[in-house]
Design a protein around this ligand. Structure first.
Ligand code: SAH
Ligand code: SF4
Length: 399
């Protein structure tokens, strides 16, 4: 049992770029969140050659630079010009919490004053970073602490990739003796990534880019509760892995747990997910099905049998997540017996079925506990959802 004395909160000094935030000119372009195409366009607009974009990308994402002075292979003249029109501005780390099990949670303040959460989970030779895509979430799934906080705003691409930048820097990832490194990224923190399409796509491109973090497309996973119109477009922009938050084997139950199901029911969602996977060049890809098990709600053997039947023609692996209780919820965690029985039924039906172990419990870093400090609760969520009911679900910028 981990006690609170095992928790090692560390106050982090703001980076120099952060310290400069209040003085930063809003007109300056933040280069942190620009993927290659946009960075090249930026340098061309300054009358500079394309290769400058690659140089600067490497400085920012591989060497952790947050100012132009450090960029010794860039001429003084260009550095001066960059200082006038651009900046490298990561969000501010307010606090870092280290769990006894090696999990590290970052509380990160984004502009506007809200705090989001990013979690690093080490496991053997893997290190998975769980990244947030929005401040809060508008979709209000009944078992999710983030949903209960309501929606505040989308994160910018700089704020999304900034979470990777911050974590990589905290591990000195580029030093030969780095204690840890980020091998995997999952968009499973706060927010629904497909409701922040453009910024999420830009940030994922940076995660996977060889001149940035170089994480393989098989190790970057976008998790969605099922925004079908956006999922239908996703394969045009990325070939990252896909996880579907299913949580129920039929529409009646899923309507209750995941309200967006009323708009995009299970059959529609699974068809869209299948099309995404089929569009990938490597044919052995599987969709990860996430299923949060809640005591007496969706954890009965008949649910497992129904799920096995439902997924018969879909290339999936299943990840069972014991529900993590939180204050505003009356749901209870699945019992160990029910969990084992559920897993056995799925495995006997031929599915690869894993159970997500709870990590970082002592620092509230487990799934669904990523609540941060979000300001607005209901009104903004309603307005945001209304936007999606009004026909133009996602704005997409062609790359
Ligand atoms: N919005 C996206 C990604 C963020 S949620 C989505 O829903 O997929 C990431 C995962 O955490 C989802 O599978 C979600 O269902 C799960 N989750 C949320 N609250 C949880 C809780 N209280 N206990 C366990 N898992 C939870
Ligand atoms: Fe939003 Fe995902 Fe939480 Fe649902 S589970 S409220 S989609 S963050």
């Amino acid at each position: 049992m981990v006690t609170s004395s095992d928790i090692l909160p560390t106050e982090i000094a703001p980076t120099s770029a952060v310290a400069a935030e209040s003085a930063a000119s809003p007109a300056k372009v933040n280069l942190l969140g620009l993927p290659e195409t946009k960075l090249v366009a930026f340098f061309e607009s300054l009358g500079e050659k394309r290769f400058r974009a690659v140089q600067v990308m490497k400085w920012i994402h591989q060497l952790g630079a947050d100012n132009f002075d450090a960029m010794t292979n860039v001429s003084k003249e260009l550095r001066r010009k960059l200082q006038e029109v651009a900046e490298i501005r990561p969000p501010e780390v307010v606090k870092q919490l280290d769990s006894a099990d090696g999990t590290r949670k970052f509380l990160i303040r984004v502009s506007g004053g809200n705090v989001i959460e990013t979690v690093y989970i080490p496991e053997g030779d893997r290190g998975t970073l769980c990244v947030s895509s929005q401040v809060g979430c508008s979709l209000d799934c009944s078992f999710c602490a983030t949903g209960k906080q309501g929606f505040n705003r989308d994160l910018t691409a700089a704020e999304i990739i900034g979470q990777v930048w911050i974590a990589a820097k905290s591990f000195n990832q580029l030093q030969p003796n780095a204690e840890r490194s980020i091998t995997n990224v999952v968009l499973m923190g706060m927010g629904e990534p497909l409701l922040n399409f453009d910024n999420v796509v830009d940030a994922m491109n940076l995660m996977m880019h060889d001149n940035c973090y170089g994480i393989s497309k098989r190790r970057v996973t976008l998790s969605t509760s099922g925004v079908v119109p956006a999922l239908d477009r996703l394969s045009q922009y990325t070939d990252a892995c896909l996880a579907i938050s299913l949580h129920a084997p039929n529409d009646e139950l899923r309507n209750e747990l995941v309200p967006i199901n009323r708009k995009y029911p299970i059959a529609m969602l699974l068809d869209s997910a299948k099309r995404y996977i089929e569009a990938m060049p490597d044919t052995h890809r599987k969709i990860t099905i996430e299923y949060t098990l809640i005591d007496q709600v969706n954890d009965r053997p008949h649910h497992a049998h129904e799920l096995a039947e439902l997924l018969r023609d879909v290339p999936v692996k299943i990840n069972l997540i014991p529900f993590n209780p939180f204050n505003l919820s009356n749901y209870k965690r699945v019992s160990n017996n029910a969990l084992r029985r559920f897993q056995d039924i799925l495995m006997e039906a031929g599915y690869i079925t894993t159970v997500r172990t709870t990590r970082g419990d002592d620092i509230d870093a487990a799934c669904g506990q990523l609540a941060g400090a979000v300001n607005d609760i209901t009104k903004r969520s309603e307005r945001y959802r209304a936007r999606f009911d009004e026909a133009q679900p996602v704005k997409i910028i062609a790359q």
